[in-house]
Write a protein that binds this ligand. Structure first.
Ligand code: PMT
Length: 225
C-alpha cells in the first residue's frame, strides 16, 4: 500500500501544453501530453492529498481519481488559474509545458493565404509563471519546477538544470532530457532531481508514476507540520 504521507495537504499541479491562438483555428503549441502531470496528480491523490490539477492541452487522459480538474488553454489562462489555485496550497508543481511566446495579435477570422506576409507573425514574451509563483508563495509552501532540456551529454543537461533552479528559485527541479523521442508524449521518463541545497539525484528510467513517486518522496520532508 502507498504511504498516506500527503494526507491533509493541498497540492496544485499544472500539466499539459498551452496553446497560443493565431486565429480562430490555429495556434502555437508543443508536444506535451500531460501524462507526467497527470501521474503526479494521481499519485498525490493516492497518498492522501487534496489535489487540484490545472490542465492545458493534453492527450485523451482520464481525470485522475479524486482530483479536481481545472481546464485552461493559453499560458495567460494557465497563469490566472495557478495564481488563484495556489493561494492556500502546501505544494505547487509546474509540470506544464508553457509557451514562452504568444502571437501579439489574434486575428478575428481565419488568416487566408495572401492576407499577409508569412514572416510577419509578431510574438510577445509570456510571463514566467513559475518565477511569479515563487515570488507570491506563502510561508512554508513548497514549489517544484520541471525543466525540459536538450543537450548532447548528461553534463550539459545537468548544467542547464542547475542554472534554471537558481534562476527560478524553486525548492526542487526535475530535469528531463528531451528531444530524440524522450519524455514528451512517452509513457516513461528519466532525469535528475535537483534540490535548492545543491543535491543531485539521478532518477532512473521508469514509468511517469514512478517518477511522480520520487518527486513526492522528496517533497514530504520539506513540508512543515
Ligand atoms: O506532458 P508529457 O508528455 O508527459 O511530458 C512531460 C514534460 C516533458 C512536458 C514535463 O515533464 C516537463 O518537463 N515539463 C516542463 C517543460 C518545460 O516547459 O520546461 P521549461 O524548461 O521550458 O520550463 C521550466 C519550468 O518553468 C517548468 O516548470 C515550466 O512549467 C515553467 N514555465 C516555463 C515557461 C513559462 N513561461 N512559465 C513557466 O512557468
Amino acid at each position: 500500500a502507498l504511504p498516506r504521507d500527503l494526507e491533509g495537504r493541498r497540492v496544485v499541479i499544472s500539466a499539459g501544453g498551452t496553446r497560443e491562438a493565431l486565429d480562430p483555428v490555429r495556434y502555437l503549441g508543443n508536444r506535451s501530453s500531460g501524462k507526467q502531470g497527470y501521474a503526479l496528480a494521481r499519485v498525490a491523490a493516492q497518498r492522501g492529498a487534496d489535489v487540484t490539477l490545472v490542465a492545458g492541452h493534453t492527450a485523451d487522459l482520464a481525470d485522475p481519481a479524486g482530483a479536481r480538474v481545472v481546464r485552461v488553454g493559453s499560458a495567460l489562462e494557465l497563469r490566472d488559474a495557478m495564481h488563484t489555485e495556489s493561494r492556500d496550497a502546501d505544494v505547487v508543481v509546474m509540470a506544464a509545458a508553457v509557451a514562452d511566446f504568444r502571437p501579439v495579435e489574434l486575428a478575428a477570422s481565419k488568416i487566408k493565404k495572401g492576407d499577409r506576409d508569412p514572416e510577419a507573425i509578431r510574438l510577445a514574451v509570456n510571463p514566467d509563471i513559475l518565477v511569479e509563483l515563487v515570488k507570491a508563495r506563502s510561508a512554508g509552501q513548497v514549489v517544484v519546477g520541471f525543466a525540459a532540456e536538450t543537450g548532447d551529454e548528461a553534463g550539459d543537461v545537468l548544467h542547464h538544470g542547475r542554472a534554471k533552479l537558481a534562476r527560478k528559485g524553486v525548492d526542487l527541479l526535475v530535469v528531463n532530457a528531451v528531444g530524440d523521442g524522450l519524455a514528451f508524449e512517452q509513457e516513461d521518463n528519466a532525469g535528475w532531481l535537483l534540490t535548492a541545497e545543491g543535491d543531485e539525484h539521478p532518477i532512473p528510467h521508469g514509468s511517469k508514476s514512478q517518477l511522480a513517486a520520487t518527486v513526492w518522496d522528496a517533497v514530504v520532508p520539506l513540508l512543515g507540520t
